[in-house]
Structures are given as structure tokens and as C-alpha cells.
Ligand binder design. Structure first.
Ligand SMILES: Nc1ncnc2c1ncn2[C@@H]1O[C@H](COP(=O)(O)OP(=O)(O)OP(=O)(O)O)[C@@H](O)[C@H]1O
Ligand SMILES: [Mg+2]
Length: 324
């Protein structure tokens, strides 16, 4: 398969404001810590892990909305990791990578109609000016996402959550992206609407041949929608592999706990799957200690002395754990 996105040893550290002594050593929050991944053309990759593990930060780095601290990013063979985020707007790759945001329902501009929202990337990224051409393309996009044409004149407060999600997806599709980064696109929606929007996303991917980086808390959704899954824990990828393989035989204790916590059919709606206990602090974590140490039932002394690296357990399936 042809590689579309490649991320190599990527790091994003945020400075933490020192409290108390002014001369205190600066501290860093390791939001994304030495992450390497790749996404092939047409492939759908799921990104899971509990709140604060770095999913949105990794998504924003991949979309080049923020600059990495270290590491490299290639898109379709072009090195895009060293282009400053504020200059990336003018790079052709910008059109090919689009993002649907986590808070997409509230991220719509209240002063923009649905039409204005969809028109914006057409004007800014594709330089479309002619009003006839704009209207034709907006109509096409609305149809693609199942948004009735008569709703195009409405403002966000006049739209339902599901309709707002469709506007956001249409906006992201406007520039014909090859990679769509979806950061919990249905988190704010009613369960019944979620299912409809997820079906729409699955159909669009097949129809338009896009690749997805799909962030979700809902492992059932990831299993259904993704070819491959990445599991993050405190800034690190701890397991990655083909979806079926990973769900059938999770090899990292953290993944196993996440999967064991999936609500089963008839057992209520989706919920946040989180193992017991608190994660450690992401601020200046020890480089010699497994991030899951202290919360892991299987941990031994070695886990406190040496950080496990990702190692292959089967074809395409890799795990960072001393006890697999
Ligand atoms: N701009 C920022 N400045 C400082 N810290 C940040 C910033 N953005 C994110 N962080 C921190 O980085 C870590 C990862 O945050 P991120 O938003 O990527 O998590 P997430 O996995 O998307 O969580 P959630 O599931 O809740 O959306 C968190 O500890 C967060 O507080
Ligand atoms: Mg997030």
C-alpha cells in the first residue's frame, strides 16, 4: 500500500508555568512523546486512549495546525514537519489534509450560515470566486453529506446537532482532501444521530477514497470503522495493529483493560472505557519507566527501570510491554 502520511519520532512538549520560586527549572508536559506512525492511501486508522493521553495534540500536529517540538512529518512524500504552522495555510498539502474538530458542534461561527461555512475553504484554499461555481460546488457538497439544500441559509442556532455535524463534514470535504482527521466527530451527538453520521463517514470514505485518522473514545465505533488501531497512553503509542487482530488478542495490559470495559450489546450505550486508578503525571515523566507502571496489574521491577519500546508480536502488530 502506498504511504500517505508518515510521522517519525514526533514530540510535542508544552511548557508548564512554574509556580513559587521564579528560578525554578522549567517543566514540560509531554503531550506527544516519541510517536512514529504511518497511514496508507485509503486506510482508516483509529486512535484511542483515555482523556489527556494526547490524541487531539497528535491530530493537530498531523494537520499541521501546531508545530512539533521534535520529529518529522511527511505527507505524500513531502516533508511538511518543518513548515511553520502559520505558513502551512499557503502550502498545497493544506488542501489535502482536513480536520473535523472535537468540539465541531460549537466550533461553527455563529455569524456564518451553513453556506458561508462551506464557502470559506472553497474561497480560501481553492481560490474559487465565481458565485455560480461556488453555489454549484456548495450544492454538491451539501448533497454528499445529506444536508437538505434549504438548510444552507440557516445559522448554527437554527440547526440540529446532526445537521451541524453535516455542515462541518461538508466544510472539511470542500477542498477534496486525501486525509481526513476526525477528532471525536460524533462525541457531542445523540446516540441515534451518532450512528447516522458514522454511517455517512464510512460511505464517504469508500466513495471518495480518502484516508482517515479517526479519534474516538468509543472502541465499538473504531472496530467498525477502522482498518488499523493505535492505542495511546500518556503521550506514547503503546500498541498498534490491524483492528481485528488487536480487538481479538490485545497484547498490552492497557489495551486489554480498554477492551474489557467495552459496553456489550444490551449493556447500555457507549461509555468512556477507562481502567481503574489515575494515570501518572504527564509533566517531565521518567524516561526509564513504563508510563503504565503503578497502574498495571502485571508490572514488575523491570517496568520501573526500563521503558519498553514497541516490538512486533505478529504481522503489523506491535506492542510496548515487557510482559506480552
Ligand atoms: N496548548 C496546550 N498547552 C498546554 N498543555 C496542553 C495544551 N494542549 C494540550 N495540553 C495537554 O496535553 C495533554 C494531551 O492533551 P490532548 O488534548 O491532546 O488530550 P486528548 O487525548 O485529546 O484528551 P481528550 O480525550 O480529553 O480530548 C493534556 O495533558 C493536556 O492538558
Ligand atoms: Mg481530544
Amino acid at each position: 500500500m502506498t504511504e500517505l502520511l508518515r510521522i517519525d519520532s514526533l514530540e510535542k512538549y508544552f511548557p508548564v508555568a512554574a509556580t513559587g520560586r521564579t528560578r525554578a527549572k522549567p517543566q514540560w508536559l509531554h503531550a506527544v512523546d516519541d510517536v512514529s506512525i504511518s497511514i496508507a492511501q485509503g486506510e482508516s486508522v483509529g486512535l484511542v486512549g483515555e482523556s489527556g493521553c494526547g490524541k487531539s495534540t497528535l491530530s493537530r500536529l498531523a494537520a499541521r495546525l501546531i508545530d512539533p517540538t521534535e520529529g518529522r512529518i511527511w505527507f505524500d512524500g513531502q516533508d511538511i514537519g518543518n513548515i511553520h504552522a502559520h505558513k502551512f495555510m499557503r502550502v498545497p498539502a493544506r488542501r489535502a489534509i482536513q480536520m473535523v474538530f472535537q468540539d465541531s458542534v460549537t466550533s461553527l461561527n455563529p455569524r456564518f450560515t451553513a453556506r458561508d461555512t462551506i464557502a470559506e475553504p472553497l474561497k480560501l484554499l481553492l481560490g474559487l470566486r465565481d458565485s455560480h461555481a461556488l453555489n454549484t460546488r456548495i450544492g454538491e457538497l451539501a448533497e454528499q453529506v445529506g444536508l437538505p439544500q434549504e438548510l444552507l441559509a440557516r445559522y448554527p442556532h437554527q440547526l440540529s446537532g446532526g445537521q451541524k455535524a453535516r455542515v462541518n463534514i461538508a466544510r472539511a470535504l470542500a477542498s477534496n482532501p486525501r486525509l481526513l482527521i476526525l477528532d471525536e466527530p460524533t462525541a457531542a451527538l445523540d446516540v441515534s444521530v451518532q450512528a447516522i453520521i458514522l454511517k455517512l463517514l464510512a460511505d464517504l470514505r469508500t466513495r471518495l477514497g480518502m484516508s482517515y485518522l479517526f479519534v474516538s473514545h468509543d472502541l465499538n465505533v473504531v472496530r467498525l470503522l477502522c482498518d488499523r488501531v493505535l492505542v495511546m497512553y500518556l503521550g506514547k503509542v503503546v500498541e498498534l495493529g490491524p483492528a481485528e487482530d488487536l480487538f481479538r488478542t490485545p497484547r498490552h495490559p492497557y489495551t486489554a483493560e480498554l477492551i474489557a470495559a467495552i459496553p456489550r450489546l444490551g449493556g447500555g450505550g457507549p461509555q468512556r472505557a477507562v481502567p481503574s486508578g489515575e494515570p501518572r503525571s504527564p509533566i517531565d515523566p521518567s524516561p526509564d519507566e513504563c508510563r503504565f507502571y503503578g497502574r498495571c496489574a502485571q508490572s514488575t521491577e523491570r517496568c520501573a527501570q526500563q521503558m519498553p519500546e514497541l516490538a512486533a508480536v505478529s504481522e503489523g502488530h506491535r506492542v510496548a510491554c515487557w510482559h506480552t
